[in-house]
Design a protein. Sequence first.
Length: 734
Amino acid sequence: MHKTKDTSSTTAARVEALLARMSLAEKVGQLNQIGGAEWSPGPKPEDIIRQGGAGSVLWLNDTRRFNVLQKVAIEESPSGIPLLFALDVIHGYRTIFPVPLAMAASWDPAVAELAQSVAAKEARAAGIHWTFGPMIDIARDARWGRIMEGAGEDPFLGAAMAAAQVRGFQGTDPTDPERVLACAKHFAGYGAADGGRDYDPVFLSEAQLRNVIFPPFEAAVKAGVGTFMSAYMDLNNVPASGNRWLLHDILRGEWNFEGFVVSDAMAVGSLVTQGFARDRRDAALRAFDAGLSMDMASNTYLEHLAALVSEGALSLEALDAMVRPILTIKVRMGLFEHPYAEEGLLERVVALPEHQVAARLAAQRSMVLLRNEGGLLPLSKDLQNVAVIGPVADSMEATEGSWMVFHHQPAAVTVLQGIRAKLPGARVTYAPGPEIRRVSRSPFEDLESKPLEPPQTPEAAEAAFQTAVATARDADLVIMVLGEKADMSGEFASRSTLDLPGRQEELLRTIAALGKPVVLVLLNGRPVSSVWAAEHIPAILEAWEPGSQGGAAVADILFGDVNPGGKLPVCVPRSGGHAPLYYARTLTHNPEGNPMYRWDSPTTPLYPFGFGLSYTTFACSNLELSESQIKVGASVAVSVEVTNTGKVAGDEVVQLYIHQRWGSDSRPVRELKGFERVTLQPGETRKLTFHLGPAELGYWSTNAGRWVQDAAAFDVWAGGDSQATLHAEFEVIA
Ligand code: BGC
């Protein structure tokens, strides 16, 4: 009786008709998102929903319960408006894909799109309409735990990955029952937290924001993202969730974003905690005025917005304008026609074999070969006696990685399993070595009421250490699988060091001293650094947190069924003390020469941005420009040839960097402005063409206070990483 069934009327007309009959309280309700988890604060969801007091529910992952709550919304609430069910589906729902940082290491937007389309299909089958992803914060500090959730340090790569993920989640048709609404988060600057400490204040100039932090967000808007999430932290002393410049001037004013903005969890209420708002009423008023549409779980809007309107502090027109995009999305998604989830559908969708195929492909494409001295890799499948050592070698949790959906049961192929599957007749022994664990318990464990397991005693750890060494001693070749547990990266998981946690490096050194060939496989959400390993371990594969098929993909690469072609989406610093570190820095007055001149340790990365090896070799040549001089506003075409100069087929990611030699502002030593991942047979050559025009050559200038494109000389490099030497130059004239 409440439902608008007339699909012939336009979306706008349906939304206006709804608004016309909704009470003030119901309008406020649409702006309120409530927690559906057992531990969520506030009254029982049913009671709020029945009064029309909620537009969306989060932290619930239960198809039956979705339908129960939806029924209350539709049949018992005054206007019968369906709920939007939201959850963090970050890198897979049931089929788990590599963490987003790893996906960025594929330098393959198509595979990121594929991954998120599978995640969307599974999540939607479970009844989820809306994911809080993609997370597209540029992060240049590897100590920050959430670096694992984004595409790394670079705005150009980050923008490509942001757009791809939005396409993957949302598709092109909002009524598509196999897609979910996406949410670009966290707007903006969260990845630049002081010292990499989660939630700490952020200080970024307007030029840094516009040139580095915003490009992925603007790309998400252009890709049609339906929603944004405001960040938690202070941005230049104004919390992002109360920041009108961000949420109104930039997002709506400049980018014409027409969707809606949800706060991060409890962030509206936190405006008081952060010393910005006087009280919760003030917090509601200021977040609303800033352009924040939906209050995630702090109840501040629910408590105060209606009174603020009645008192005249907010206009009804402003309230309607805030509600309109939420209703529009619900109408467009077809929720009024199809509000319920089909129970049982999920199991059928999850069983689709192509999902595991996609997970294996994504994992293969995201891994980065960091070292391969003497061609130790690929390994022979004739090996008879192999030891697999390390605390994450047989851990499904570490293989799937950080941030699973609630109540997820880990089910990944571990590296040990992957290796055993490649060597069916061989002796493959395994020892984990001493356990690794977080310094402090993760709050997520408390939320899910996980029992507290007592730590290994020093004696037990020592025994495990000795067993691992003995196991290695008995083998012909050792594969060490080291890194981080899943809860060591992600939210609440910043670290002050990038060392391998626990006694892992000590174990690595001890086993390497046995004199056997040692291969190191790293499973980690953030870059970890071992300068010693980079110098002494002949073969190192960065496998990240590779997801459901991670161990199978590692084995595919170790045994040469797949040739690795991923490249680092971040510089790997030599230690935590070297962070933040990124390649696109500006020059100092003493630029090159001995970096120790100005610091007590090399300031160069352990591995540079864009770096990654292959089982074959590549050469780039014939870097040519269509013109040597162009006018401001014109474009130049840059072509380069890439040849597979080795003996096996493989992938190279050809990267194009520019440098502007002088200008209105100092410009970074290099900036990525083009890339393409290509597969080449031995001896094959491919010619690639990139274009450099105003979008690539312009930037936001601090000095001019606006976007500029300068007349200046430019360097261009093309090659396989950010230290490429193949060079050309051109000039832009006025
Ligand atoms: C995180 C967000 C997440 C939200 C909802 C917050 O703690 O910062 O990224 O989407 O919780 O789970």
